[in-house]
Design a protein around this ligand. Structure first.
Ligand code: AMP
Ligand code: GLY
Length: 423
């Protein structure tokens, strides 16, 4: 079967690695891919948001299955584009249509969805420019800190946590004034949760679902979770504080009501749902949905899946997940992300990367890299994810960290403490 994978990050490297191991895969194209994905298939330069270009590629390469990595094409309606096109309508797409992707594309929509289906989430209200005065008044009596969220996609930067009412009022004005462009034309003001975060993932065919391994992502740039937020500096799976009882509770109070809610709302959803959760005391609460897998969570989740992933994707597209027997490795995965100096602020690209061959006990998933004349160079902020899968969590953390130290480029940085707080 000929498969097209859209995207270019560490998440897509992990997907490509796994898809290329499938006996069902005869050809894998990654568009646009990165400096590492060419090892698993063929890279084709293309913007996944250019649907006509995707169509041309699909027809040229006789693609029979499309897997969408990032959220943007989904929120922009790539799945709908396929369904509506005579030449493409029979080709399965892993990833929801617009009406499902809006769970990530609009925080206001997702909060209303959670409220409508009694899914536990912090209290919130939404405001626009027309209701700015009410918003400012609402903030006057709000508990501290205050969470402000731009409604739309803001490249991971649309969430602000304000320590004072005055700050929150100032930020509300700035956001509604265009600080995040159209994404901030509607702002969700949300109660702040105190607890510990984790990510839970399901893959659904619209009727049934499988729960994938959970993961914990480390978002801050600095050791000990300090400094600026990033796209993610590392991840672990499984998550020790998410025991069986807690995960059952997640399924009962969050996953099942979400799947049933989609059905009640007539949203036909095929693809991944990423639940951004907090463990508050011993109860789960949801702070966000994403319509895709997480990055760098995928790099820890995928190596723990023992099934043929193409077979799993086909079960999704044929609505046959009901009796699917998902096999999850008991091993522990740890991922350490190596980033460019300066990231998440300004950073340089084009640095030669060495030492990848010295990695001993880990899988190297390229993220922001490019191949230039046979040399792997940096091409983004998050450059390489190093994932180790070991019997024990400590060994996994240790070997991923040790292997991250074996890779070198000018300005490289990684957190040496990923996951050790959980031990
Ligand atoms: P997001 O962009 O929605 O992933 O949010 C970015 C980060 O903001 C999350 O990973 C949390 O650490 C934090 N955050 C979002 N909502 C809340 C909340 N209600 N309470 C506390 N922290 C939050
Ligand atoms: N690692 C968080 C995300 O992918 O949104």
């Amino acid at each position: 079967m000929n498969i097209l994978l859209l995207g270019s990050g560490g998440r897509e490297s992990a997907f490509a690695w796994k898809i290329s191991q499938s006996e069902l895969c005869s050809k894998l194209i990654i568009a646009p891919g990165n400096g590492g994905t060419a090892a698993y298939g063929k890279n084709v330069v293309l913007n996944p948001n250019n649907f006509e270009a995707v169509k041309a590629l699909v027809l040229k390469e006789n693609i029979e299955l499309v897997v969408v990595g990032p959220e943007e094409p989904l929120v922009n309606g790539i799945h709908d584009f396929f369904t509506a096109d005579e030449a493409l309508s029979q080709i399965p797409v892993i990833g929801p249509k617009k009406e499902g992707a809006i769970l990530e594309g609009s925080k206001d929509f997702s909060k209303q969805f959670m409220a409508r289906h009694n899914i536990p989430t912090p209290g919130s209200r939404s405001f626009t420019n027309e209701t700015l005065e009410q918003g400012l008044a609402y903030l006057e009596n709000h508990s501290l800190p205050i969470v402000l969220k731009a409604d739309g996609l803001a490249a991971g930067k649309g969430v602000l946590i304000c320590e004072t009412v005055a700050d929150a009022q100032e930020e509300l004005k700035l956001m509604l004034g265009g600080k995040f462009g159209q994404a901030g034309a509607l702002v969700v003001i949300e109660e702040y949760l105190t607890g510990i975060e984790l990510s839970v993932f399901v893959l659904t065919d619209g009727d049934n679902y499988v729960i994938l391994p959970e993961a914990k992502d480390y978002k801050k740039i600095g050791m000990g979770d300090s400094g600026l937020n990033t796209g993610g500096m590392g991840s672990v799976s499984p998550v020790p504080f998410a025991d069986e009882k807690f995960l059952k509770e997640v399924e009962q109070s969050i996953i099942i009501p979400t799947i049933n809610g989609l059905k009640k709302d007539n949203i036909d959803y095929t693809g991944f749902i990423f639940f951004g959760l907090f463990k508050v005391g011993d109860k789960p609460m949801i702070i966000e949905y994403n319509c895709r897998m997480g990055d760098p969570e995928t790099e820890s989740v995928i190596p723990r899946i023992e099934n043929d992933i193409v077979e799993l994707f086909l079960a999704v597209s044929q609505k046959k997940l009901k009796d699917y027997n998902l096999k999850i490795s008991k091993k522990n995965a740890a991922t350490v992300m190596i980033v460019a100096g300066g990231y998440p602020g300004e950073y340089e690209k084009g640095k030669s990367i060495s030492g990848i061959d010295n990695v001993r006990q880990s899988i190297v998933f390229h993220a922001g890299t490019a191949l230039e004349g046979g040399i792997v160079k940096t091409n983004g902020g998050r450059v390489i994810a190093v994932t180790s899968l070991q019997d024990g969590q400590f060994e996994a953390l240790q070997s991923a960290t040790a292997d991250a130290a074996r890779i070198y480029f000018d300005g490289k940085y990684f957190r040496e403490d990923i996951g050790f707080d959980l031990m």
